[in-house]
Design a protein around this ligand. Structure first.
Ligand code: UDP
Length: 339
């Protein structure tokens, strides 16, 4: 029988790309999104891409009763993939209350709704920020959970801890933590892509907007870090590779119904790329110059982090297939047509 999956944040960046792939793989999908930081056009893009009508529950996950009612009415579901959250490190430093008030209650409410409706499988969007400023890189899933360097990071650490507690009480409830490094790029069709309602604070969309003339200049946040060229190093992973990892994690959870241990997986490409290298990858792929200047360091940034994804490779049989060049190419293609 066709499995039915609830995808919160289904109109957001990784959510919409994961829905595209879920539908391609034959899942029945219901999106949940209140468009607080996404656009209705994502549903249209998905419908064009998949040839299906996508049901969406316009629900505020911070409202417990509204969440409980909507999910109970739309149930049964075989699994929840919970993406809906605010996602910017920089913005969270400026607006800590906004991050705590949104990301913490929403995860609790959706988890409660899952438990009350007997939904066993729960895939959670976590982040490499849970490792803080790791002493040893690349980081594995055994790297200690660090001191959060931002409110955003703390909301991810907290959510993992809370879901772990829920699993202790309801042993059948099975969360999987997917710790993303730096998601970027867009669907090859350019029918969906990153389109937050608030101005993006992420490197790749900002590079694209500068080149598209929507912003004047990119500020490179610091050039005196202890890295090979002084700029920060991150692990940029293509959003479609991430979407594939979600399908693998979901399928593993569905197959291993009786195994209710919590699993965590790092999802990155296992290579660090500096900000200056990312700029030159963009220039090389598109033939366009990026107007940038070295600026101040951004509070909350770690100098370098990248993934050891060998656990995902072994257990999920997942391997990222796309490069930083693929990221830049698809992100730029999307930038030119995005809503
Ligand atoms: N960055 C930058 N200028 C910008 C935005 C980001 O130099 O306008 C750098 C940032 O310091 C970090 C990297 O690009 O080293 C990725 O930042 P992003 O905000 O995309 O993701 P994060 O790693 O914070 O989750």
């Amino acid at each position: 029988m066709q499995k039915k999956i609830l995808v919160t944040g289904g109109c957001g960046f990784i959510g919409s790309h994961t829905i595209a792939l879920l539908i391609e793989k034959g899942y029945d999908v219901v999106s949940l999104d209140n468009f607080s930081n996404s656009h209705k056009e994502a549903l249209k893009g998905l419908e064009k891409l998949t040839g299906r009508t996508i049901a969406n529950l316009e629900v505020n996950l911070c409202d417990r009763l509204e969440t409980m009612k909507a999910i109970t009415e739309a149930a049964p579901f075989d699994a929840v993939i919970h993406f809906a959250a605010y996602k910017s490190v920089g913005e969270s430093m400026a607006k800590p209350f906004m991050y705590y008030q949104n990301n913490i209650p929403s995860v609790i409410n959706i988890a409660e709704a899952a438990v009350r409706n007997g939904i066993q499988h729960f895939i959670f969007s976590s982040s490499c920020t849970v490792y803080g400023d790791a002493e040893v890189i690349p980081v594995t899933e055994n790297t200690p959970i660090g001191n959060a360097l931002s409110p955003y990071g703390l909301t991810k650490i907290t959510a993992e801890a809370q879901l772990t507690d829920v699993n202790k009480r309801y042993k059948w409830f099975k969360p999987t933590f997917l710790r993303y490094f730096n998601p970027a790029g867009a669907h090859e069709s350019a029918l969906i892509g990153e389109a937050s309602r608030r101005p993006s604070t992420n490197l790749v969309p900002i590079i694209c907007e500068v080149v598209a003339g929507k912003r004047e200049k990119l500020a490179v946040f610091g050039d005196d870090y202890q890295t090979r060229d002084g700029s920060c190093i991150r692990d940029y992973v293509h959003v479609m590779d991430l979407a594939e990892a979600h399908i693998s994690a979901l399928e593993l959870s569905l197959i291993q119904e009786s195994k209710t241990d919590i699993e965590s997986f790092n999802l990155g490409i296992g290579e660090g790329v500096s900000v200056l290298e990312a700029i030159s990858a963009f220039e090389q792929v598109t033939g366009k110059k990026v107007n940038y200047a070295i600026g101040e360091k951004r509070p909350g940034d770690v100098a370098a982090i990248f993934a050891d994804y060998s656990k995902a490779a072994k257990v999920l049989n997942w391997k990222p297939k796309r490069t930083i060049e693929d990221i830049m190419e698809t992100a730029w293609k999307w930038e030119q047509v995005r809503w």
